[in-house]
Design a protein. Sequence first.
Length: 198
Amino acid sequence: MRLKQFETRLEELIGRLSALRPFVCEGSPLTCRVFIVGINPATSMTRDFWDFWRPAVGFDKGAWSDAYRREREAQPLKPDRIRRQAISPTRQRLDLVAEGAKPVRCLETNLFSTPTSAASELSAASRSTAAFDFLLETIKLSLIVAYGVDAASYFAERDLTQEVWTEKHFSRGWSLQEARELGQRIRSHLGGAAGESA
């Protein structure tokens, strides 16, 4: 599949002006060899997913990351909080895993594309895996890293050709070094420079 075809099919699934976040990666999702999969995005954004899509290039993670930080800064604090980190603990670990895995390319995704501060807030209608299923069917990946109980359970019930690693949720119990080391394990497992591409 070419990137334009991918874009057209994804648009059919999530629409334009979409509040959904089907994935985050740098460049073309079609050249990613690893999926890092959680349950759903935790930080809602006013910016549209397509604001960060570049035709013939793919997703602009740098621009998305800048917008993500600005949006978190602008969001009101929950009543029991006095401050908010510019980057969530989960996002910090995701970034470190992807960095540690380079040049193996990672696609950060979730079973459900609707952002909510907690998975329990997902409505029945938001629990569609259509976008994730499309990614899984379309991208020629080698490894799935499922983090958190929900994601691990989802893959335990499926017979996939791809290798699946399960990890505890990135929101707690992970040091920054452990996240880097997970990325390095991915790189080592998949053969170092293999997977490096545009």
